[in-house]
Design a protein around this ligand. Structure first.
Ligand SMILES: [Zn+2]
Length: 381
């Protein structure tokens, strides 16, 4: 079977289970051979080459906490082979940087093509784009080593699902800094609402919510042409998880822009887990064939059954250039049976409940980080 990332149906987990395990084993083997930090972790846990080949359950794969990536960059291929990097948009100064080689990026491309098709994102009809986020600069510019925020790259990537007539950014890069440009966005929306060309809006949920609330308050309505699309996402924010506020958002979009709920798409992903999760018509994030989600007990890290809340562990064999095959987030979530949704996609779906409290982070994620540091011979926190 060809790679998982070029398989036609992105939610056909049953038919791709064997291939997923094969790619996870191959990835683990590659990390064992090429990433000294991950090898140290594996050896610490009693893993050796033969055992990797016999791996039967992804739950056994040693995970790395995302918190660890925020202080350490780990590479599994030489940096000169990295085509680009993704940097998380942390405000505290601690950021994760993940490097990508050509093969990992090609797999990502295959995934985006299939997921985009499944969720009807592709269109040949040209449109105007409004990006409620950062202006993308230096997309593949490793030479200048600009730490491009991953969200800017993702948003820029989204402007290729339909031919772009124009791109307008809410956060423009002027004189070495990002400046908020919402006035221009508002004017563009008013202009576009008078034409026939569809508009696609992409952005952070909170920027979109803020802008649309202001417009509503000011009594401004911009009914956009038919075929317009609203997509939002941009991180693991608590905001997304609150169903009531989500509905408020869809109502705002319909009210101010005349875009129906069926033309709203929500996404999530993380720098340390670059899988494209797109919500189904019932706004659930089903797990695609490229990844698995495990919910683990906060104290024991044992995998929990569906319907129980715990720490979210994300797994994928997509990236070879960094040891991110199994990462432990500091998010709390629940995995639901696919059948509970009723949209037709039968893979389980993930509900994020929010971040664990600071105290819990110290005991679980930082505890794991301390373990990593100790193994690498560094001082503990
Ligand atoms: Zn669904």
């Amino acid at each position: 079977m060809k790679s998982l990332f070029w398989y036609k149906r992105p939610y056909d987990i049953e038919k791709t289970e064997t291939q997923f395990m094969k790619e996870m084993r191959e990835n683990m083997h590659f990390q064992f051979e090429n990433c000294k930090e991950y090898r140290a972790l594996l050896e610490h846990r009693g893993w050796y080459e033969e055992r990797i080949d016999k791996l039967e359950s992804v739950a056994e794969i040693p995970f790395i906490p995302t918190l660890f990536f925020k202080h350490h960059r780990m590479d599994s291929v030489p940096r000169e082979k990295m085509l680009t990097t993704a940097t998380s948009s942390g405000t505290s100064g601690a950021k994760s940087v993940i490097g990508y080689d050509v093969l990992s990026l090609l797999k990502g491309l295959g995934m985006v093509l299939r997921v985009g098709k499944e969720h009807k994102l592709w269109s040949l009809r040209p449109c105007h784009y409004i990006i409620l986020g950062y202006e993308a600069r230096n997309i593949l510019g490793r030479k200048n080593a600009v730490e491009e925020k991953a969200v800017a790259k993702t948003a820029y990537g989204f402007t290729f699902f339909a031919p772009a007539l124009s791109r307008t950014y809410a956060l423009r890069y002027i004189d070495g800094d990002y400046r908020l440009n919402l006035e221009e966005i508002r004017e563009k929306l008013i202009t576009f609402s008078r034409g026939n060309t569809p508009v696609r809006i992409i952005g952070f949920t909170f920027h979109a919510y803020w802008l649309l609330s202001k417009m509503k308050e000011a009594g401004i309505k911009c009914p956009l042409p038919k075929g317009s699309l609203m997509s939002f996402g941009g991180g693991w924010k608590q905001y997304y998880t609150q169903r009531a506020e989500k509905q408020e958002m869809y109502d705002l979009v319909e009210d101010v822009l005349n875009i129906p709920e069926s033309m709203c798409r929500e996404f999530f992903g993380a720098v340390e887990h670059p899988i494209l999760y797109c919500d189904c018509p019932k706004h659930h994030f089903h797990v695609p064939i490229y990844s698995r989600v495990l919910i683990r007990d906060v104290d024991t890290y044992e995998p929990l059954e569906h319907g129980k809340a715990g720490l979210v562990n994300l797994l994928t064999p997509m990236v070879k250039s960094a040891p991110i095959l199994s990462i432990m987030t500091d998010d709390l979530g629940i995995l639901h049976d696919g059948s509970e949704c009723g949209c037709g996609i039968d893979t389980p779906y993930l509900e994020i409940l929010g971040r664990v409290g600071m105290e819990d982070i110290t005991t679980c994620a930082a505890g794991a980080e301390n373990l990593m540091r100790t193994m690498l011979g560094e001082e503990t926190l």
